[in-house]
Design a protein around this ligand. Structure first.
Ligand SMILES: *Cc1c(COP(=O)(O)O)cnc(C)c1O
Length: 373
């Protein structure tokens, strides 16, 4: 099976992990701050705080802005559930804003959703395609809102050479196995705000500060969201190859762009020339005439060893959300969900793999074309 995304673990990663396993500190050691410094340097941001998942980072970010019962955040429904789940865990209500054709939040529709209860806007760089963060930042400044960017897909993405992670109040990255780089599980908050950084470190580790000798103090209610030294050793090793990973994914994406330029069956998402995408996902958007056949196509492709996936079922369609917040229908999001398939695009693939994916995809669509249901 060629999955839609996959980690690439090489000998240097294995050596790094084995070395870390032999160290004095499996967790709580210097490798953690080494990884954080390497990430900060790569991104061009002042501070990075790593945690055991992006979900933990989101939870901590919301705690840091004092998100509580009665507050609202505005986010995208086209994301993984953690983006809004963690806000609900703080007692807040997520409001969902419709998306644009490229899967990113529609920044023109944000302002109408702002209420006196709004605390933050939380957009997602869908598939690694960087969103118009400056426009959203200006809106946040105008309304005195926090901007938390869920860049779980977008480590290494950039606009005009500026990396995703330097503009928002806090930017969240994920190092889950199939994200742009991996630490098994893991995540990070990037920020230029020293106070946020200090507080993130506190919340990550029980809210406890060391005083002298055995004496410590607990000053805020925190969690254990720490990332181990072993995981960070893998992260350092992976980060060194991130640009090479992105280059490989870009090569595959550009091959697909060209191969599919003329197909009548689906469209692809063009990445603006000023932008660099991590290409965490390569989404195709099926023509409306094929929406009824998506299940059939999905199954046929899996049978041929092509592990396509759908990103994402709109969050507001989950039964928990429906029961708690009521029914919602956002037209662009609904259409995107009906049309979207993520086809394989990862650094472990060869161009021959990509050719096989493209050939098989076009052939299977031909086979089901004309289906009437
Ligand atoms: C993967 C993902 C998360 C959660 O990341 P974890 O590290 O698995 O907690 C959050 N938001 C988005 C958009 C994601 O894709």
């Amino acid at each position: 099976m060629i999955p839609y995304s996959r980690q690439l673990i090489e000998q240097c990663d294995i050596d790094a992990v084995v070395e870390a396993l032999k160290g004095d500190f499996l967790t709580g050691g210097k490798t953690v701050s080494d990884f954080e410094e390497a990430l900060a340097h790569y991104l061009g941001v002042k501070h990075v705080c790593v945690m055991n998942s992006a979900t933990s980072c989101l939870h901590v970010a919301y705690q840091m802005i004092g998100l509580k019962e009665g507050d609202e955040i505005i986010t995208t429904p086209l994301t993984f559930a953690a983006t809004s789940n963690t806000a609900i865990q703080c007692g807040a209500t997520p409001l969902f804003c419709d998306i644009k054709y490229d899967g990113n939040i529609d920044d023109r529709k944000l302002e109408a959703l702002i209420t006196p209860r709004t605390k933050a806007i939380v957009p997602v760089d869908f598939g690694g395609n960087p969103l118009p963060i400056q426009t959203i930042k200006a809106l946040c400044e105008k309304h005195r809102l926090f901007l938390i960017e869920d860049a779980s897909h977008a480590l290494g993405s950039a606009i005009d050479g500026t990396k995703v992670g330097t503009i928002a109040d806090m930017t969240i990255f994920s190092f889950h196995a199939i994200k742009p780089i991996t630490t098994f599980e893991g995540g990070a908050i990037a920020t230029n705000n020293a106070a946020f950084y200090e507080k993130a470190k506190l919340l990550r580790s029980h809210g406890i500060v060391k005083k002298a000798l055995w004496n410590s103090d607990m000053i805020i209610l925190g969690e254990n969201y720490r990332l181990s030294d072993v995981a960070c050793a893998l992260g350092i090793s992976q980060l060194k190859r991130l640009d090479a990973f992105i280059e490989k994914r870009t090569e595959i994406a550009h091959y697909y762009d060209e191969r599919f330029a003329q197909t009548p069956y689906f469209t692809t998402i063009a990445i603006d020339k000023t932008k660099k995408s991590s290409y965490h996902l390569y989404p195709i958007l099926l023509d409306q005439s094929l929406w009824c056949s998506k299940e059939e196509l999905f199954t046929a492709l899996h049978a041929k060893g092509i592990g396509v996936q759908v990103h994402y079922k709109p969050i507001y369609q989950f039964s928990y959300y429906k029961e708690r917040f009521g029914e919602l229908r956002l037209p662009n999001t609904e259409d995107f969900y009906r049309a979207e398939l993520s086809i394989p695009c990862h650094q472990g693939m060869s161009l021959e793999d990509a050719t096989y994916v493209a050939d098989t995809l076009l052939k299977e669509i031909e086979n089901i074309k004309g289906c009437t249901r």
